[in-house]
Design a protein around this ligand. Structure first.
Ligand code: ASP
Length: 467
């Protein structure tokens, strides 16, 4: 018999149907055995009557998380047994036959509650079980809805999603790179991208004009609660635009995303307010202030653009004493281009960087870029790059800018964090299917881990003794 999804059972009252799924709860009353069965679409109460010997016998054996196929008649529950506000609260399945498709060992964690009371290490170690809980199922499915919405939205605006490599060269984005040793060229390494920054700019050089990508990014950062070594950016870049254009289209996209996928949420202020970095620091002592009028309202979203950041900040490790604050590829504000070109008033140069903040979290940031090579060169000179290092690391970028690259700019949203906030979750691990711990460990796959001696030899790697 064809499989019926549990959410569709109520359209089959009086009919014999077959469902497949997991045993959620079993309540054995001796004569009557009640079993809740769950599939990806929902849950239903089934009942095995002693009059149906075969089904009753199997019902007596099954345990939570066993996988079964059950055939039975969809009955209306007597009025006083109706569970209001519950999917399938008004029906139950009277079992005719139950087949065990697979047994399950007693699960090391309960998959039925919200899981917040279970140690996170256990949840991450047995993630395939943890993901069975309704809250995680909802988070992951909603995340996909948001992903799909964003993809369609930007596609409708004429953007092309373009994949860029994960095995690449080092990128200066304020963090450490993860590296991959090369077997074919011992002693050389690929770097995993901290973001597709250079590639997306090269796509502007290549004439695509409107690019986006749900891009995987990698940053080797010290332990921080809501960080993951790999995460997803909704990354985009556009040609022939000003900061206003990029801000406007992203604002529209965010508003439409909320309205369509999270209609219960209320956006505090449209158009999104803006604040300069200076004002933000003076007024809130934060460059990502939480400006919600009511911080107890879980459905209130207070978006805020933060603009006019300083381009450079002091860095004792830099030979010149300067490094960038956000993104070395950014252009300064037009009125500060002269100072950049003359390398003067460095502390006062403002960048075109715009950050988008929501409820006190930075959920994205971007800028207009230097599309002229002389200007990009000046940025690296201010940070103490000598000609040789500059050409070695960024020769390709300078060459691309010199081959007819249009003015361009973009942004990247921290997609995990955005979904975390929209789902009212306390950290991004709750919206990532296979998350790592705050220390960057994958407890399920046991990564990172040692590799065999043979593989080390092929890679030309010898470990130094730990001190
Ligand atoms: N690549 C930048 C980042 O990851 C975002 C951007 O400027 O578009 O922060």
């Amino acid at each position: 018999m064809e499989r019926t999804y549990i959410k569709d059972l109520k359209e089959n009252i009086g009919k014999e149907v077959s469902i497949s799924g997991w045993i959620d709860v079993r309540r054995d009353h001796g004569k009557l055995i009640f079993i809740d069965i769950r599939d990806m679409s929902g849950k239903v109460q089934t009942v095995a009557l002693p009059s149906n010997k075969d089904a009753h016998e199997v019902a007596g054996q099954v345990r939570p998380e066993w996988v079964v196929r059950a055939t039975g008649i969809v009955n209306k529950r007597p009025d006083k047994m109706v569970a209001k506000n519950e999917l399938n609260g008004e029906i139950e399945l009277e079992l005719k036959k139950m087949e065990v498709l697979n047994e399950a060992q007693t699960p090391p964690l309960d998959v039925r509650g919200d899981g917040m009371d279970i140690g996170e290490e256990t949840r991450l170690k047995y993630r395939y079980l943890d993901l069975r809980r309704p809250r995680m199922q909802k988070n992951i499915r909603n995340r996909f809805k948001a992903t799909q919405f964003v993809r369609n939205w930007f596609a409708n605006e004429g953007f092309t999603e373009i994949e860029t490599p994960n095995m690449s060269a080092t990128t200066p984005e304020g963090s450490r790179d993860f590296v991959v040793p090369s077997r074919l060229e011992n002693g050389k390494f690929y770097s995993l991208p901290q973001s597709p920054q250079q590639y997306k700019q090269l796509l502007m050089a290549a004439g695509f004009e409107k690019y986006f990508q749900l891009a995987r990014c990698f940053r080797d950062e010290d332990t921080r609660g809501d960080r993951q070594p790999e995460f997803i950016q909704m990354d985009l870049e556009m040609s022939f635009v000003t900061a206003e254009d990029v801000i406007a289209i992203n604002e529209r996209a965010l508003i439409d995303l909320v309205k369509n996928i999270y209609p219960e949420k209320k956006i505090q202020q449209i158009p999104f307010p803006r604040i300069t970095y200076k004002e933000a620091m003076e007024k809130y002592n934060s460059d990502k202030p939480d400006i919600r009028e009511d911080k107890n309202d879980p459905n209130l979203l207070a978006f805020l653009w933060v603009i006019d950041f300083p381009f450079f900040e002091k860095d004792p490790e830099s030979t010149t004493g300067w490094t960038f604050t956000h993104n070395p590829f950014s252009a300064p504000k037009p009125e500060h281009m002269n100072d950049l070109m003359e390398k003067k008033n460095i502390a006062n140069i403002l960048t075109t960087q715009y950050d988008i903040v929501m409820n006190g979290y930075e959920i994205g940031g971007g800028s207009i870029r230097n599309h002229r090579s002389e200007a990009l060169k000046k940025v690296f000179e201010i940070m103490g790059y000598e000609e040789e290092r500059l050409m070695k690391n960024f020769g390709h970028m300078l060459a691309a800018l010199n081959s007819g690259t249009p003015p361009h700019g973009g942004i990247a949203w921290g997609f995990d964090r955005l979904i975390m906030l929209l789902e009212n979750e306390p950290n991004i691990r709750e919206v990532i299917a296979f998350a790592k711990t705050g220390e960057g460990k994958d407890l399920m796959m046991c990564a990172p881990s040692e590799i065999p001696e043979k593989q080390m030899r092929e890679l030309g790697i010898e470990l130094r003794k730990k001190k």
